[in-house]
Design a binder for this molecule. Sequence first.
Ligand code: 3UK
Length: 536
Amino acid sequence: MDAHTVTVTATATATPDAAPGSDGGAILDFATPFNAAVPFIDRHIGEGRGAKPAILTTEGGEVGYARLAAEVNRYGNALRGLGIAPGERVLMVVKDCPEFFFVFWGAIKAGIVPVPLNTLLTGKDYAYMIDDSAAAAIVWSPEYDGAVGEALAQADHAPAHLLPQDRAAALAAAAPDALEPYPSEAGDDCFWLYSSGSTGFPKGTIHRHRDMVVTSRQYGVDVLGVREDDICFSAAKLFFAYGLGNAMTFPLWVGATAVLAAERPAPQMTFDIFDRFRPTLYFGVPTLYAAQLAAIDGGAACDMASVRWCVSAGEALPADIFRRWRDQTGTTILDGIGSTEALHIFISNRPDMQKPGTSGRTVPGYEARIVGEDGAPAAAGETGTLQIRGGSTARAYWNQPEKTAATMLDDGWLDTGDTYRTDEDGCYVYEGRSDDMMKVGGIWTSPVEIEACLIGHPKVLEAAIVGRADDAGLLKPEAWVVRADGVADDEAALQRELHDHVKASLAPYKYPRWWNFVDALPKTATGKIQRFKLRS
Ligand code: 3UK
């Protein structure tokens, strides 16, 4: 086997109506050495795609596969030229633009570990990640100068190399455009993504070189049917594992084209992209589908004729949105559940089988099981915690042996923290989280973090945050607040003041949409807030 190649020794055998948990799927054999940058980037030159666009941007940019490979080499050389050693981390606070690809793959090809970060976070969040990762470098887009500046001032650890995007570009422009791939192995650490936890402290989730290959093949090709003539547009950004697959690894795996937009996702911006770029695959999240439907109901034109399949993930897609979307646009949304730890979707509806209101069936190549509180498999149809196993799950959380042991179980099983059951058709039905975490617009939101922010306000004695469904059936934070002693402000004024306080302190999607002022919060004997009582 040639170095850095993958061979497929079996193809998907699971039929659309195979039993849940049935295996099948591609069996992938990786050469030694194996560096993921070779099949995702370099391979396309030898396969004749040098002149084909790999990336199109809403700003009018176009990057062909040959230029992409050359830029990856330049960025890899630039990082290495700074003295960054294989295995060291490079944090990325980079918007969706071609440089995201250059830095990410340049690092990987040089054996360095890129760590894309959520660009919506605050300086305090980034300071935590700088310290936790002990990164050698941080690269950021000019939009994030303020937040990154604050983070660098607050952090205890100082990254040796500060690389605003234009400085990284200048170093790369001066670097050679040829680079030998670092001789890693398929099971070696390749990149990290931070995954949020219920305590508010994110965990560095370590993925291996093989993981992007497994998701691209098993979900991208074998379920979704991604192919060379596809144009992929993901409203979910590249820093999410979801967007990273949708708009980077899937198109790069098959030699297709990605459309990148740096703007924040919003209905009209997606409609403009459908018109201008004629994407064939569209990836959204339920909150955005709901907002797009509201815009269409309000008279906006949405031409989806170019789109073969729409995909939804991040939180459960209500059946009503599935039906209204199909009625209004004539396209079908395939809902699937994925996670940062699994890297992409592992249970999904498929082009040949959709059951609205469910997550569908296991993606061939993954196994799933539902276990009861005692850890034993639940009886068919019973509710329990979903565990999955497959070739793309993370190796560990960085420096968190206890959380790693609690999530990444023996024999390769991953605890998702989700409560699920299977229905009479063997489809997986989402029933909520096993912890109090909630997804707001597809992004993790910890009640504890919002509560801590509210309690930090002098007029608040106690606060509890719960998830409440909005009109579209999607969760948003709701606040229950006990005023501090002697605070007699009227509710509307206090609500405005607390709203502004949360907006100024936390990521923009985390503010409560409903407010309740009460005399006391329901508590257990040990003083723990009973959020379930507030929910009902
Ligand atoms: C929830 C869903 C019901 C679920 C992700 C696709 O969302 C992704 O990753 P995260 O680490 O969150 C994982 C958690 O989100 N979830 C995701 N999709 C669904 N719940 N139905 C769904 N369709 O709680 C899960 O544990 O942010 C999604 C691909 C890659 C991803 N990382």
